[in-house]
Structure formats: C-alpha cells, structure tokens
Design a protein around this ligand. Sequence first.
Ligand code: B12
Length: 239
Amino acid sequence: METNTKITQMIRALLQDEGVSLYGFADLRDLPAEQRDGFDYGISIGLALDKDVLRGIADGPTPDYHANYDRLNERLDALSLLAEKTLIEQGFKAQANTREFVGSGEVIDGTKLPHKTVATRAGLGWIGKCALLVTESFGSGIRISSILTDAPLEAADPINTSHCGNCQVCKNICPAHAISGTPWVAGLPREQFWDAKACRKTARARSIEHLREEITLCGLCILRCPWTQKALSASVPTE
Ligand code: B12
C-alpha cells in the first residue's frame, strides 16, 4: 500500500502539539507477523525524564524519581491511547501497547514486541550495552511506548548497530554487574549481553534500601551514560 502522507502529517502534528519529546514511525514488516499482531507499521513515542530528578539519583533511587517514573508512565499510556483513537477515527486499525495491554516490568520479564524494538525500527536510537534505548538527544534518559497500526506511515530507516563504541561506563558502574560490555546488533538476544535477573534483583534491593518500597528502580546506567550526561548539560527542554 502507498505510504500516506496525510495520516503521517496528522499524527506528527498531534504528537508535536502534545509536547512529546521524541517520536518516530517504523515499518515493522520485517518482523514476524505474530510478534506485531499483524500490524505493518508502528509509532514509537518518548518522554524525557526530568533533568533535575535524574541528577538526583546518583546515590540511589529517590521519591522524586519514582514520582517522575509514574507520571511519565501515565502520560505515555494516555498519549498512546490518543494516537490509537485518532488513527481509528481516520478509518485505520490501531493498537496502543499500553502497560495494561502488554504488562509492566514490575510483573513480567518480557513482552513479545518490546517498545525498544519499535523505537530502533523507527530510527530513534540504538540499544546500549546496558540494554536500554540510547538516543542522541536524551541519551537513555527517556521513557517510551508504542502504537501499532495498518496506516501506511512514512517510516524512518531502522538503526541496526550500536553507537556505544568502546565506552564501558555503564558496565563499570552497574551495581548488579548485569552488563557484559558486548555491543548490540539488531537480533542479538538480550541474554547474550545483559543479565535481566541480576538487574531486577539489585534494583529491588536498592529500592527497598532507599525508598522502603518493593519496586524495581535503579537508573544508574541511565544517569552515567555519556549520552545522557551530554543531554543533561545541553539546554534541550525536557517535558
Ligand atoms: C520487563 C521489563 C523490565 C525487566 C526486564 C528488562 C528487559 N530489558 O527485558 C526489568 C524488571 C529487569 C526491568 C528493569 C528496568 N527497566 Co524495564 N521494562 C520492562 C518492559 C515492561 C518489557 C521489556 C521486554 O519486553 N523485555 C524483553 C527483551 C527481550 O526486550 P528488551 O530488552 O526490552 O528490548 C530488546 C529488543 O527491543 C531488542 N531489539 C531492539 N531492536 C531490535 C530490532 C530487531 C529486528 C530485533 C529482533 C530485536 C531488537 O533489543 C533490546 C535489548 O535486549 C519494558 C516496557 C515494554 N513494554 O517494552 C520496560 C522498559 C524496557 N524498562 C525501562 C527502564 C527505564 C528500566 C530500568 C532502568 C528501571 C529503572 N528505572 O530503574 C531497569 C533497567 C532496564 C534495562 N537496562 O533494560 C524502559 C526503558 C527505556 C529506555 N530508554 O530504553 C522501558 C521501555 C519502560 C518505558 N516505558 O520506558 N524492566
């Protein structure tokens, strides 16, 4: 089907009006149809973490970090549902991959179509050695969500290789030793370069110690990433 400039422009205008920090359109047809629920296209949206809140987590997750985390999650779900509604009103099929629909990190260990996959397919960034999406504008200091659709959006070129180079900062500071240092390429299984169990265990311990709460917050790999540091020192407005 021909890409449709009209719907692409409409969604662009919607997301810009809503003040989304980062967004992109992905052609998902290279992925197995089952993994993408039969949808050919995806929209990746991102909201930057608050800079001051992020600067404050060097010694451990803070109540402000938890509050920012929750607020951005709520907003990402609302924006995903708004984009879904707009696409359906224009006669297309759409599915907002909200936390309610795909689950959240507190209860599951993985989803069949991670938001990060839609983000790299949309050219928003690469996967860092810490297994997070790293972007040029915000580093990994960004929370993301995704919407699937059959609207033939004008998709970006995907990013398939790491831009981390020889940097080992996240590996050296990760309190869970979850990061092997192996650079990501598209398709490399998570387990071959990053230990989710170690991350979850240590993040939980740090959250209990600093927040007295049974949640999975740490964020040191986000804060210390040189790309995040570059964004923190730049004058790019956050949400
Ligand atoms: C389950 C989960 C967890 C689990 C497991 C994490 C994991 N990486 O799997 C635990 C509890 C450990 C966890 C921890 C954290 N999480 Co968490 N988590 C999730 C959740 C709900 C599902 C992730 C999933 O499906 N994992 C399965 C594996 C296989 O996929 P993945 O690692 O996420 O992504 C891989 C694919 O995208 C693949 N990939 C990328 N491009 C392509 C292209 C192709 C062709 C292919 C084949 C593959 C591929 O490479 C990625 C790396 O392995 C997502 C939200 C979502 N629905 O996506 C949030 C999410 C990944 N978490 C997030 C965050 C911020 C964290 C923490 C930093 C928490 C904190 N704030 O302190 C830590 C650190 C996580 C880390 N370093 O990745 C953010 C990441 C944002 C970003 N910039 O990347 C997300 C996206 C939530 C959000 N709304 O923003 N989390």
